[in-house]
Design a protein around this ligand. Structure first.
Ligand SMILES: Cc1cc2nc3c(=O)[nH]c(=O)nc-3n(C[C@H](O)[C@H](O)[C@H](O)COP(=O)(O)OP(=O)(O)OC[C@H]3O[C@@H](n4cnc5c(N)ncnc54)[C@H](O)[C@@H]3O)c2cc1C
Length: 404
């Protein structure tokens, strides 16, 4: 582990007293982790805490909707962070965190402002880098127009063979399964000849969800005409357009769409592993930094998923609440991976419990989750406070869900 470059002047700043007698919780990052933290704090300690949310984008981008948005004409699903903050009595600032001085209980932002905190929750996500050179990297809603163009080329017969490639180390392959299924379904409906392949290091499809679920997903791929090539490690696309595997084998393709590899955010003052991810204890505390917490894709937990980000956020909110107010019970960690896989005739609901290493311990298949976990389309992220809250909130009108 190493600590990001020090900023001596900043590190030596003295902590100034909070302008309010309520504890100040500073949340940085307006994704699922940050918003769930804010909603959980409101539910647990409401008036007793002052919350500031800071994010580089004014929107909560609903990235999981990127797959279905590629096949319909809907604009990118996103929610207005300022309005969400207002709903819960928090303040919102548009800014980028650059450094944390844990000793001084202060964070520095790109606008050169410093904000003091009693507790700091970081949920700034991960950086999505190209994993398969030469392939189209499907990162989020910003790549939707590429898939729409690819579909029109398939329809016109310019393209015939598409490979969706999961790189080794991919922490959340489900979007590529959805893209493959939706592409094949679309070709079937249009009666267009084409070949859709899904190439992955996984031995069986979505095996993280267990044998039964994997079998069901395998059947779905067959039913839709998607050829699954497991146990393969996609490396790059060669000049002829073929996908080159680590084994040296090549697979002919007219287009290859790949998932990205994720890297941590690297914020000065935060300890990070070699990929830039921040390591926390089981309750979300950043190792070695008192009163600093991290949730979601920026942490070193091996599976990067919105529902898990929300669970980490709940634990952190409960920990902050129980540290400050004895009436709140200490959190218990219970990691559950839930997914709503679309692309077949009906969505498939997958669920498994995870241990601290991200390994599945108890998998189940559902027609839907139980009532308290239910997700209404187009929702794909389960958050204890986030899901019911988003049921009540209209998406942002501007619908330009891009992060800075
Ligand atoms: C195509 C696709 C499909 C997916 N499908 C699913 C799914 O079906 N189910 C599911 O649960 N998950 C899914 N995921 C994963 C899920 O979107 C992520 O795991 C989740 O968004 C992580 O939440 P987060 O809060 O950690 O980070 P993010 O959602 O990435 O949010 C990070 C926030 O921090 C802000 N930010 C970044 N840097 C800074 C900075 N320096 N200072 C201040 N603010 C900053 C960003 O603007 C953003 O608001 C999918 C992801 C993709 C891309």
């Amino acid at each position: 582990m190493h600590v990001g470059d020090g900023d001596a002047k900043f590190q030596s700043m003295t902590r100034t007293t909070s302008s309010s007698d309520r504890a100040h919780v500073l949340i940085v990052g307006g994704g699922f982790g940050g918003v769930e933290t804010m909603l959980a704090l409101r539910a647990l300690v409401s008036e007793r805490v002052r919350v500031t949310l800071v994010s580089v984008s004014p929107l909560l981008a609903y990235k999981p909707a990127a797959t279905t948005e590629s096949f319909d004409e809907t604009p990118p699903l996103a929610y207005d962070l300022r309005a969400i903050a207002m709903d819960v009595g928090a303040s919102f600032r548009l800014d980028r965190v650059e450094a944390v001085a844990a000793d001084a209980h202060s964070a520095r932002f790109a606008s050169f402002t410093h904000l003091d905190y009693d507790a700091l929750v970081l949920a700034v996500g991960a950086r999505a880098a190209t994993a398969i050179p030469g392939a189209l990297t499907f990162r989020d809603q910003q790549q939707v127009h590429h898939i729409r163009r690819l579909m029109s080329e398939l329809r016109s017969g310019t393209l015939r063979r598409i490979i969706f490639a999961v790189p080794s180390g991919c922490s959340w392959p489900l979007p590529l399964y959805e893209l493959a299924l939706l592409t094949a379904t679309c070709l079937g409906e249009l009666d267009v000849t084409g070949e859709v392949m899904l190439v992955s290091p996984e031995i069986t499809p979505l095996c993280v969800f267990g044998v039964q679920a994997s079998g069901l997903v395998a059947d779905l791929l067959v039913e839709r005409g998607v050829r699954f090539i497991g146990g393969s490690d996609p490396q790059r696309v060669d000049q002829s357009g073929a996908l080159v595997l680590a084994s040296g084998e090549t697979l002919d393709a007219d287009r290859v769409v790949g998932a990205p590899k994720l890297r941590g955010p690297r914020v000065t003052g935060l300890p990070a592993d070699r990929w830039g991810f921040v390591t926390t204890d089981a309750l979300g505390g950043v190792i070695g930094l008192p009163d600093v917490y991290a949730a979601g894709d920026m942490t070193s937990f091996p599976i990067k998923q919105g529902g898990l980000a929300a669970q980490q956020a709940d634990v952190i909110a409960q920990r902050i609440a129980s540290d400050h107010w004895a009436s709140v019970t200490e959190p218990r960690v219970h990691r559950v991976l839930r997914a709503r896989l679309v692309g077949g005739a009906n969505p498939v609901y997958l669920r498994t419990e995870l241990d601290e290493f991200g390994q599945a311990t108890a998998s189940t298949l559902h027609g839907n989750f139980n009532d308290s976990e239910s997700l209404a389309p187009p929702e794909k992220v389960f958050g204890r406070y986030l899901s019911p809250y988003l049921h009540t909130r209209a998406p942002a009108l501007s619908r330009t869900a891009t992060d800075g």
